[in-house]
Structure formats: structure tokens, C-alpha cells
Design a protein around this ligand. Sequence first.
Ligand code: NAD
Ligand code: USQ
Length: 398
Amino acid sequence: MKICVLGGDGYCGWAAALYLSGRGHQVSIVDSLVRRQWDRDLEVETLTPILSMPERLNLWRQLTGKTIPFFPGDVTDYEFLSATIQTLAPEVVVHFAEQRSAPYSMIDREHAVSTQVNNVVGTMNLLFALREFAPDCHLVKLGTMGEYGTPNIDIEEGYIEIEHNGRKDILPFPKQPGSFYHLSKVHDSHNITFACKIWGLRATDLNQGVVYGTVSDEVALHEGLINRFDYDEIFGTVLNRFCVQAAVGHPLTVYGKGGQTRGYLDIRDTVRCIEIACQSPAKPGEFRVFNQFTEQFRVLELAHMVRAAAKNLGLKVEIDHLPAPRVESEEHYYNARHSKLIDLGLQPHYLSESLLDSLLNIAVKYRDRVDQSLFMPRVNWRNARNDRSQKLAATLTL
Ligand code: NAD
Ligand code: USQ
């Protein structure tokens, strides 16, 4: 298939682009490299030393003989995006190209606004470009499980049947997102639903849980293909952070009680889910939703698992309960359905099997690069500032 990966320089996008290319698809990448700029602005760095985009793509070509054309540009620039869609005429667009950190979106007004503009405008541009230049193309859009929040009922895959005053309907599952970032995803979902309805576009929203791990078969081919592994408080996701903390003997940073429950998946399952979605497209006019995760865990449970696995490597790990920087339920009911991707053939990698290889060993391998000052949370949901009047570093102080 001709697949265009928006955001292919990022964590999920890089792994997905290589996987799809390796499987024989004709892959191209669009990315503005803005994420590398955000890292520089925030003075954070991935644990793993990632090469520049031209270097890593050249290496992939040398190792496999496969070429992945790279289109540098911003999807919020409609002229650029529409010209690229016309040139590529893709059968599938996989859209990862968004600002994806909840803490980043809660730093202050400027970061909240730029997150929503970047994400909502980029997706709107894409919808218009597809309508105009590739109306039969299947949009595979990365959403998030965090769109649903943590309701006191089971979470369905996108839609729920409701009976009200004696009448029944199947309606979008209620959304209760927990950050301005998560809200941007809800806005995207609404915009895509509407575009499918009025223009007959076809789309799959992958409501992905928290991703962990960095090793996939393709990046394992050569150290120069290594994926990013974020561990800082802004872009580091919880399990990746815990593993890096364990590797350097820093107490694991559980926020509050640690009863926060989320869906999780291995990066190797992310890439397979993308392929599954590409291979069985939504119908014209259909807005399909899959919940993309394989297991659910409480944060404290993850901390205990990391501590036990680290012990096998001779690492002594403590667990700290920090004052919760986010406004979220610390103990709650959570039971989210996630059967559609399994029904289409996903065979999950489970955390108990990958904790050491894909996470802890990598963290230990690169532990000399760890900056421990990036572990403690400084962005607080309750006092996101109005504006960035001083240097960014100053705005991050509680
Ligand atoms: P990432 O920050 O590593 O990658 C995103 C990429 O998109 C970056 O390379 C960035 O430069 C690019 N980008 C951002 N805005 C752009 C724009 N306007 N134009 C062009 N390029 C742009 O993020 P990730 O972890 O790979 O996440 C990818 C997607 O998956 C996001 O939409 C995110 O919301 C979703 N997601 C991620 C996770 C996770 O745990 N990482 C979980 C659920 C959903
Ligand atoms: N947490 C800790 N300690 C930490 C870091 C996080 O206890 O050191 C807690 C958080 O408070 C939260 C949970 O762990 O309750 C998950 O936090 P996270 O930072 O790993 O993930 P989150 O902010 O939800 O965002 C990540 C991705 C985002 C994606 C989302 C999927 O950055 O792009 O949308 O996971 S989901 O959580 O399903 O919404």
C-alpha cells in the first residue's frame, strides 16, 4: 500500500514507518521536526542518542535497500500539506503529527493554546486536503484512551448504546479528558466524525493507551536506527520513566496514591495495530474507533513490577509517593473494552515478558546519559500560568 506517515520522526511514527516499510509497503514520511525543537526549548533529551532524520533514513536504505522519502514540513501549513497529498496520492495516511504531552499542554496559556492549534488545525487541514485531493484515502488517526477519562462504568470502543425515556440510540461514548492535550484529541475526533459524515471520508481513530518500550525488530537492526526513549517529566511516559529511574537508583515517582489505572501497550504492538488498521480500511463515510491497548495497570502496580524486575538485575529500587501534580482520580473503577484489534489479528506482547529486555536493559545501557534533574514533576495542573512572562525554566517552577 502507499502509506504516508505524518509525524514519522517521532516515537510511534519512526517505529511504524520502519515496520511498514520492512513489510513491503511504499512508505513516505512527513514531519516538521518540531518535536526536536520542543526538546531543545525545554532542555530535555531522549535517553537514547537518535540520529538526524537524513542520517537514519540513509542508514535504513543502506541496510535494507528500501527508500523512505522524507517531506519536511508542517501539517498546519495547508499549502505544504495539500501539495504533499497531491504528490503522494496515498491510499492511507497515518496521522501521528501532534503535540502529545499532557504536561506540556498544562505549562501555561501559551503551551495550552499552541497544543490545541497545532493538533486541531493540523487535523482540519488534513481533512480538507483529503476531501480535495484523495477522497478515497483511509485516514488512520492516533487518538488516545485519555479521551474517555475514568468514568464509573465500562468504557466501550467509541460508541455506547443508550436508552433514554424509552428510546434507544448508539451514541459516541462520553468524553471526560484530563488535560488540554487530551481535549485536543476530543476536538479532533469530533471534527473527523463530522467530515466522514458530510463528505464520506473514511477514518479509523486509534484510541491508544500509554506506549512503552523502544525496541522493535527494525530498530534493532542497527544502533543508528534506535528510537527515542523519553524519560523527562514532560514527554516521558510513566513506565519508561520508572525504568530509567530504576536504572540510576532514583526512587520511582508515583504521583499520589498510584491507583490511577490506564491501558498500556508495547511499541511493537503499536506498529502492528497500525498495520492491521491499514489492511482493513473503514468504509466510505465510516468513522471507526478502536481502543488500542493490550493490558491495564495501576501506576503503583507498575512501580512494583519495575522494582521486582530491577532486583533481578541487582538494582535496589525504592518507591516514592509524590504530591499529585495532576488533577485526576487517584483511585477509581476502570474497565475498558479492547477487542476489535484482537479480533482483527493482534497478538499482544505482554509487559511481564518485555520488562527486562525492551525496557530495563536499554535504560541500564544508556544510564550514563541520564539527567536526574528531569525526573521530578514541575508542571502542576492547578497553577498552569496565564503567560510565559519569563524564561521557560522559570515558568516550570511550582
Ligand atoms: P512524538 O512527539 O514522539 O512524535 C510526534 C511527531 O510529530 C514528532 O516527530 C513531531 O516533530 C511531529 N509533529 C508534531 N506536530 C507536527 C506538525 N504540526 N507538523 C508536522 N509534524 C509534526 O509523539 P509520539 O509519542 O510518537 O505520539 C504520536 C501520536 O500518538 C500522537 O498523536 C500521540 O497523541 C499519540 N499517542 C501517543 C502515545 C504514547 O504513549 N507515546 C499514547 C497514545 C497516543
Ligand atoms: N504518572 C506517575 N508518575 C510519573 C509519570 C506519570 O504516577 O512519573 C501517572 C500520571 O499521573 C498518570 C499516569 O501515570 O496517571 C500516566 O501518565 P503518563 O505521563 O505516562 O501518560 P499520559 O499523560 O496519560 O500521556 C501518555 C502520552 C499521550 C497519550 C496517553 C495515553 O504522552 O500522548 O495520549 O499516554 S492515555 O493515558 O491512555 O490517555
